[in-house]
Write a protein that binds this ligand. Structure first.
Ligand SMILES: *Cc1c(COP(=O)(O)O)cnc(C)c1O
Length: 395
């Protein structure tokens, strides 16, 4: 029996090393990694710039706490602000913590501005914001809330991307609206850009805040630095994590000056957040992602992948119903059980991630090349052919 809590349904695989878009088991078997550890290893495995940044920092100083100045934190904070809408950044260690900070900052903004009654946040069915008590309440999924007592108060969830429903849900106690630009865990559902623009306009009208959860969509994943750039809008508060550390745990909550200045000394904190190791890696990730041409490469590879997949979906309409997503955040909505396709791909040496709405997620590293996209598509095609065979045999 394992000593670990049985919270995960793990595969039997154990990886000894990785290189770029590939992972190798202890027995030397090679896997094409189109999961990136759930959208985390944005630069693939063992990227030389990240290895160098981490090992160099490891021989200097690991941790000093936020009682002192941390040069790498100032630098990464400034670079994130320069490259985005934000004026201020708080560093955490995970996505859930980044969202937690976003929720706190939204409440705190209204508190400081004379409207302490505004603490509620409008959220969306199918959302995922993390596994802390507040973020499972924000996500509102029964399977995540079950057995954990009364959900944290302050979240009003609505169905669909319906601006009238949002308007109806906004009241005297509303602090803001929280949404993922593409619902990752929920099934790679793209929120229409028009809806994001409408949300921005309504929030401005009502004097409330727009909170974007870009934990999965951010740091280049969709072909822009942050996905909301596609919609031509900016949020007031944004959570970022996953790809930001390229595999080292880094989370960040980015805000405008108006929101950030409400988070006064002592109002929030984290022991580990923004430590020198995390910041060395985060800065190295940005060195690569923000290099001219890198995001264009992501967008191009994303287009190529989606074009190939559209062909495969045409040919195997009985297995794949739809191809969704943006950039290198792609979902295959399945006609067969998604876990069957996932297993068929894994049996053929390719790793993907399950999502809600019967979707298989493809999350290759952003450094992925054409050859690896070809290999992925050949593998998906072969898996579809095999699944069709079993479907026919069992019919
Ligand atoms: C993964 C994810 C989170 C939670 O991140 P953790 O690092 O697991 O806490 C929150 N929001 C979104 C959109 C995510 O995809």
């Amino acid at each position: 029996m394992s000593a670990l809590l049985p919270t995960y349904a793990r595969s039997g695989l154990s990886f000894a090393r990785g290189e770029g878009a590939f992972l190798f088991t202890e027995r030397g078997e090679r896997y094409l990694d189109f999961s990136s550890g759930v959208a985390v290893t944005a630069l693939g495995h063992a990227h030389p710039r990240l290895v160098e940044a981490l090992t160099e920092q490891a021989s200097k100083v690991w941790h000093v706490s936020n009682l002192h100045q941390i040069a790498g934190q100032e630098r990464l904070g400034t670079r994130l602000c320069d490259a985005s809408f934000a004026d201020r950044v708080f560093f955490a260690n995970s996505g859930a913590e980044a969202v937690e900070c976003a929720i706190k900052a939204a409440r705190r903004y209204h508190f400081v501005n004379g409207a302490p009654e505004r603490y509620r946040i409008v959220t969306f069915e199918g959302a995922f914001h993390g596994r802390t008590l507040a973020t499972i309440a924000a996500g509102g999924q029964a399977k995540h809330l079950e057995g954990f007592g009364p959900p944290v108060d302050g979240f009003d969830q609505i169905a669909g991307f319906d601006i009238e429903a949002v308007e109806a849900a906004i009241g005297e106690e509303t602090a803001g609206v929280l949404i993922e630009p593409i619902m990752g865990e929920g099934g790679m559902l793209e929120v229409p850009w028009r809806f994001l623009q409408d949300l921005r306009a309504r929030c401005d009208e009502k004097g409330i805040l727009l909170l974007l959860d870009e934990v999965q969509t951010g740091v280049g994943r969709t072909g822009r630095f942050y996905a909301h750039e596609w919609a031509g809008i900016t949020p007031d508060i944004m959570s970022s994590a996953k790809g930001l550390g390229g595999g080292f745990p880094v989370g960040a909550c980015l805000t405008t000056e108006a929101v950030g200045s409400a988070m006064t000394t002592g109002s929030h904190g984290s022991t580990f957040g923004g430590n020198p190791l995390a910041m060395a890696v985060g800065n190295a990730v940005l060195d690569v992602i923000l290099e001219p041409g890198f995001l264009d490469h992501v967008a191009q590879m994303g287009l190529k992948l989606k074009q190939r997949l559209a062909g495969i979906a045409d040919e195997h309409g009985d297995i794949i119903e739809e191809v969704r997503g943006q950039g290198l955040m792609v979902g295959l909505k399945c006609k067969v059980e998604n876990l069957k396709l996932l297993a068929a791909l894994r049996d053929r040496g390719m790793l993907t991630v399950q999502a809600g709405d019967n979707v298989v997620r493809l999350l290759p590293p952003l450094i992925v090349g054409e050859d690896e996209i070809d290999l992925a598509c050949t593998t998906i095609d072969a898996a579809c052919v095999a699944l069709k065979g079993t479907a026919r045999n069992s019919a």
